[in-house]
Design a protein around this ligand. Structure first.
Ligand SMILES: NC(=O)c1ccc[n+]([C@@H]2O[C@H](COP(=O)([O-])OP(=O)(O)OC[C@H]3O[C@@H](n4cnc5c(N)ncnc54)[C@H](O)[C@@H]3O)[C@@H](O)[C@H]2O)c1
Length: 379
């Protein structure tokens, strides 16, 4: 087994989460073809001390960290607007790229990133649509691929959180130029999950969006290095609702918000087919619920997907998986992809993440122009 030297960009929630994820790849998966090892990290100056405590070799120059020959693989855990420049520099430097979602803050950037990645077929291009690593979602996908229930008729997806109320200060997630709002943050996951499980993407959308809070206080750094708080107008959505048509004649809906009290990170789907249904909710992440029509004892069956025979299960059945495990499995899949091995469940390529961006652009355009938008209008 050879080592893969990794550079991490960013020391927020996702940057820090990488530490255990990469270290655990070989511990969970003894058959990993490549062992990822964090060799350096770009962090902000005020994060350097904490990053060193994780044992990281810190580099405060982002472009230098990307181009450095200390690594062959760049993992981008930065605010969304930085994904583009970091990816393009990493690909130019012939590095494998694992990028956080959403791929970019515009469909144009996402297309360029995808084309640049596909022009370098020997390099990994992978996006962290992490819920593909939940065994329940892999099972849901299998049910659709094996055509248990016929055509998908109606779909409902949701991804709701509660931290974005009027008293929440501005950060990059509320900045149109840095983040891209709730749709990009949460709705992107739900759109990827629709495709991952059902193989379908909306062909036409109509949407409404809202910014409940028109102005938030942002922390800004002044020239002398001191910080102050200043009000800024909000130009991104706090919540989005979408209705869509599917290319197979079915219909669906999507909701996402950061203003749903009582939901910390509640996401899920309900997919209704001709002869049955499946539903999943992250609050009960290891279970898929399945309904088969025609059963005399009618009712939903709650299937534990964390047991032998299901994807990514390492231990005895019922020893539940969580977010940290999914991230480890994602990093493992990246190593398999670099080695040219088939995925246990497919990774999200830049091309697939670009398709999510196209749908999100159609949703935003629909709201801006107050009309149905066909996906064929967006390139
Ligand atoms: N896949 C998932 O489940 C998931 C979950 C959370 C976040 N994310 C994604 O991960 C990325 C990072 O999110 P996060 O929650 O870790 O964010 P965060 O705000 O916690 O951290 C972002 C980090 O980026 C760096 N950074 C911030 N501003 C910068 C600047 N102006 N210039 C250079 N570097 C800067 C800093 O190291 C900072 O700690 C985002 O793209 C987000 O959408 C994905």
């Amino acid at each position: 087994m050879r080592d893969m030297p990794v550079t991490i960009l960013g020391f927020g929630m996702m940057g820090r989460a990488r530490n255990a994820a990469y270290a655990n790849v070989a511990k969970y998966y003894g058959d990993t073809p490549i062992n990822p090892v964090i060799k350096q990290a770009f962090v902000l100056p005020n994060e350097a001390e904490s990053a060193k405590k994780l044992g990281w070799d810190v580099n405060l120059d982002m472009m230098d960290a990307i181009r450095s020959d200390k690594s062959e693989y760049v993992d981008i855990c930065l605010p969304n607007a930085l994904h583009y420049s970091a990816t393009m520099a990493a690909l130019d430097a012939k590095k494998h790229v694992f990028c956080e979602k959403p791929l970019a803050i515009s469909v144009d950037e996402a297309r360029e990133m995808t084309e640049a990645a596909e022009a370098r077929p020997g390099l990994l291009n992978s996006v962290n649509y992490i819920y593909r690593r939940c065994p329940a979602n892999v099972f849901a996908r299998q049910i659709v691929q094996e055509n248990w229930f016929g055509k998908l008729l109606e779909a409902r997806s949701y991804y709701n959180q509660s931290w974005g109320g009027p008293n929440t200060g501005g950060g990059w997630r509320f900045d149109a130029k840095a983040g891209g709002g709730t749709l990009g943050d949460l709705g992107s996951h739900a759109l990827d999950m629709l495709y991952f499980v059902t193989g379908l993407r909306p062909s036409e959308v109509v949407a409404t969006q809202v910014a409940h809070v028109k102005e938030r206080m942002f922390s800004v750094t002044k020239e002398d290095g001191s910080t102050a708080r200043e009000p800024r107008k909000i130009e991104v959505d706090d919540g989005t609702r979408v209705v869509y048509n599917l290319p197979n004649g079915g219909i669906g809906s999507l909701e996402c918000t950061r203003n749903a009290w009582g939901t910390e990170n509640t996401q899920g789907y309900e997919f209704y087919f001709e002869n049955g249904a499946i539903r999943w909710c992250y609050d009960d992440v290891n279970y898929l619920e399945v309904y088969e029509s025609g059963m005399r004892a009618r009712g939903w069956r709650r299937v534990l997907c964390n047991q032998g025979g299901f994807a990514y299960c390492h231990f005895a059945g019922g020893h539940m998986d969580g977010y940290r495990d999914f991230l480890t499995s994602q990093c493992y899949e990246n190593m398999r992809a670099i080695e040219g091995m088939d995925a246990i469940a497919p990774i999200a390529t830049f091309r697939e993440a670009y398709e999510v961006e196209r749908t999100m652009e159609a949703i935003r355009r629909s709201f801006r122009e107050r009309r149905w938008v066909k996906l064929e209008e967006i390139h």
